[in-house]
Design a protein around this ligand. Structure first.
Ligand SMILES: *[C@@H]1O[C@H](CO)[C@@H](O)[C@H](O)[C@H]1NC(C)=O
Length: 375
């Protein structure tokens, strides 16, 4: 953990990226001053211009610094997230593109930012990847982590850092920072038990997907009749993009959980787990996250009596649930999705956010690279 802090502390990155644009600006400004020397409006004007130029020279770094300042560690409101994603895509049109997959029950857009060297279109051979957070409105660390991830990737690319350029050149990364903006608006800040988990209709979105283990007759009816707006939006999203790998960020535990979450007691049941034909890949992917995380792999980090070998678990083995998103991704969209429980506290105090980012940063990046094991 300590070595991670020294190699990737946010303040260090901020410093290293600040200098180049400042120098560029200073050079441009000197060109302006020298042209003023031969100004036909006379020596007085030249003096005035020189003073103004020096003033400008002093102020310029302020203007240049504003957009490169690292994203603040706090809980941004839904409107602020929209503005942030739009600003990123406006100022980085070569690698970023923002779109909405639909609206929440109360009409808030579900914004996605794509980061890639080809942000607007699928390219042959470039896998589609996605991160989803805040499906439960009161599990909020994922929102913060995904915004920081965007900030980090964009900054890395702007500084031509190989880790970022390579990631954006080999993957199209779709990021949905909040799947449940209405729930977030109602969320209480208690670590485990508080309101805001459900959507505006009081429905748990991670129980509202067509269930992989329900009968065929039921599955057909589901989409039009009983799916919530947010779930319908995600289903449409899965139909429009061919995702190969995905993670869904939750809170309240520290573990990477992989499909299935449900079972109907068929051959998928193996020793208390409900396993997919791709079980070895899922176990590998879950470990990619837990071992690149600062402490998840130790498996006992929440000190609540629960322990997970290697910091991973089969979803069903932990507790069975119907209508979950990861089973739907796997069965209907052939997308390998894992559920990442990224913090013991569902709504961590703001001052813990920088350390929580440091714990998760490398794992979030490594998991995206994990798409290599899927294609
Ligand atoms: C992206 O990857 C391709 C294929 O490996 C390579 O030819 C190209 O130079 C890369 N582009 C950048 C900007 O790294």
């Amino acid at each position: 953990m300590r070595s991670k802090v020294s190699s990737s502390s946010p303040s260090q990155q901020q410093l290293s990226l600040v200098s180049p644009p400042v120098f560029a600006g200073v050079c441009r400004c000197f060109v302006g001053v020298s042209r003023c020397r031969s100004d036909p409006r006379g020596p007085q004007w030249t003096g005035y211009a020189a003073v103004m130029s020096s003033l400008l020279l002093l102020l310029l770094p302020l203007f240049i610094l504003t957009p490169t300042t690292a994203l603040e560690f706090r809980y941004h409101r839904n409107g602020e997230i929209e503005k942030y994603l739009r600003d990123i895509s406006t100022s980085n049109p070569d690698i970023a593109h923002v779109y909405s997959i639909g609206r929440s029950v109360r009409g808030q857009q579900l914004w996605v930012l794509v980061l890639s060297l080809s942000p607007r279109h699928h390219s042959i051979g470039i896998p589609e990847f996605k991160y989803v957070a805040n499906m439960h409105g009161n599990e909020v660390l994922g929102r913060v982590l995904l915004l920081q991830l965007i900030d980090d990737l964009v900054r890395g690319h702007r500084n031509k850092e190989a880790w970022s350029v390579q990631l954006l050149n080999s993957t199209r990364i779709h990021i949905l920072p909040t799947m449940n903006p209405d729930g977030f608006d109602d969320a209480g800040t208690h670590c485990q038990f508080s309101q805001g988990r459900f959507n505006h209709n009081g429905v748990d979105l991670n129980r509202n997907f067509p269930d992989a283990f329900a009968g065929k007759r039921q599955q057909g009816q589901f989409v039009e009749e009983t799916q919530e707006a947010e779930v319908r939006a995600v289903i449409g999203w899965l139909r429009s993009e061919t995702f190969v790998l995905s993670a869904n960020l939750h809170g309240g535990a520290l573990v990477a959980s992989y499909p299935y979450d449900n079972s109907n007691g068929g051959s998928e049941q193996v020793g208390g787990a409900s396993v997919t034909p791709d079980n070895d890949v899922f176990v590998h992917l879950a470990k990619v996250y837990s071992y690149n995380h600062g402490s998840m792999h130790r498996g006992d980090s929440c000190k609540d009596g629960l322990s997970f070998n290697d910091g991973i678990t089969n979803g069903y083995q932990w507790y069975a649930l119907k209508g979950g998103m990861q089973d739907y991704n796997y069965v209907w969209a052939q997308c390998l999705e894992v559920t990442l429980e990224v913090s013991c506290c569902k709504f961590p105090p703001k001052d813990q956010l920088p350390a929580l980012w440091t714990e998760n940063r490398e794992a979030l990046l490594a998991f995206i690279r994990g798409q290599r094991s899927c294609v």
